[in-house]
Design a protein around this ligand. Sequence first.
Ligand code: ATP
Length: 521
Amino acid sequence: MEVCCKKGGDECYGVQELKLLFEISERLISSRELNKDLTPILRLVVEHLGAERSFVTILNRKSSRIAIEAACGLSSSQQARGSYTLGEGVIGRVIELGQPVVISEISKSKLFVNKTKSELTRDGQELSFICVPLMEDNQVNGALSVIRIYNPNISYEEDVRLMSVVGSLIASVAHYQQEKLEELELLRQRNRDLKTQLDSDLQPKGMVGSSGKMRDVYGLISMVAPTASTVLIRGESGSGKELIAESIHSNSQRDKGPMIKVNCSALPDSLIESELFGHEKGAFTGADQKRTGRFELAHNGTIFLDEIGDLPQATQVKILRILQEREFERLGGTETIHVDVRIIAATNRNLEELIESGEFREDLFYRINVFPVYLPPLRDRREDIPLLVDHFIEKFNKRNDANIKRITTTALNMLMVYSWPGNIRELENCIERACILSRDGVIHSYQLPPTLQTADSTNTKSGGGLMDSVERIEKQLIIEALTSTGGNITRAAIQLKVTERMLGTRIKKYGIDVWRFKQVG
Ligand SMILES: Nc1ncnc2c1ncn2[C@@H]1O[C@H](COP(=O)(O)OP(=O)(O)OP(=O)(O)O)[C@@H](O)[C@H]1O
């Protein structure tokens, strides 16, 4: 096949052209992000044509604005300035009319608006501007432009022809990628909407935490709440069992009915039955009036039996009967009382072990263990800590009419590494205390309780004396200042209101590695 050969030399122009187009199409086909991959393609065009610069402008159909998408030979500020309206300047006109335009000497042209504020001549030589439309399906989506040194002996026809081919390659891939991106963005948006809807549907009111483990719990709650099933909530003390019970009740069909709470471990054995089932007048010494028990009070609602593992054996039998037959008698009474009550039980004890040791009835266990919900301890869902901290700060700000704005990174880090044996209750107390201690609207690490001030979390050896505590606080303050100033000793010293020299001495004394705080990039 004979290739159109306009120039002589080692390699004829037609073969070079084909090579260029082949390389450009290969790059375009394998491109994943066109705007990133366009610059090397423009570089190839610039090199091939011996040009100065080249850039691609894209028309945004919604705003009718034209902006530079990628460039070779333009600085980022020049690129940012390259914004046109339809019909404005050469580029605006090419895109509006869908026709190529060539300006042989741009310094003499009125049409060339030079929005990018680039040089109009190069070393005293005139520059030419060649601009072709990017067409796809008879629609103009943008333009490909090249600026090269003016040479009256070169025909621009060749350049326009080559650039039109490159332009149509870019346009078809851009169009395809644009469609794919729009489709992907649409799917992402739909996914986000569904997720938000699902999260807000599932997350019970007043419950904070979006960790995977908590989302599983929310899922279980949303499934079991509308049913009449007995629920057993298991989890360590302070992990939020009562909150879960409340949300099961408020999301059930009994939400208009009462929610009665009984802490089975708080009542002595002698009182528990009278508390739960009530008593008739004269049932025992001191029972000078009839009393309605909690089960009766919970009629048409929910009863929450907290710490069910602490119930005495005799009471366990009566609860079993209620679960099976929904009936009981008051202490000292003969009348059988029927109730419509949903039971939610909770425990932080190992019921299986209690069954083994004979302290808990196996038949009752199977009756209450219909739908167990296991609440993970806080140390297993540390990602919820920042959200919980914000939640509690807001809660205490409201309650105390205070204005605590934030917690320092060091303090938050200490909360993140602590093991939280008392779970969310302990975290809540810890934040309440720190909010009271804070004097500058910020929670600092030294305002956290001593249990958190361990060698592990502060990286200091713990000691018991006053001087040890002072040193620990001093070190923490220095670390916080270095963290907030990105390791800038001058600014850290100003923040701490000490001289740089004094700060330097302390940094040395505590062996603080300042480089650790330097911001990268
Ligand atoms: N997910 C949560 N979001 C916000 N606050 C929570 C959450 N979980 C628990 N809390 C708060 O933590 C405290 C302890 O929670 P709760 O009383 O429900 O724990 P518990 O497991 O029932 O404790 P115990 O076993 O000691 O009875 C409460 O003040 C509660 O409001």
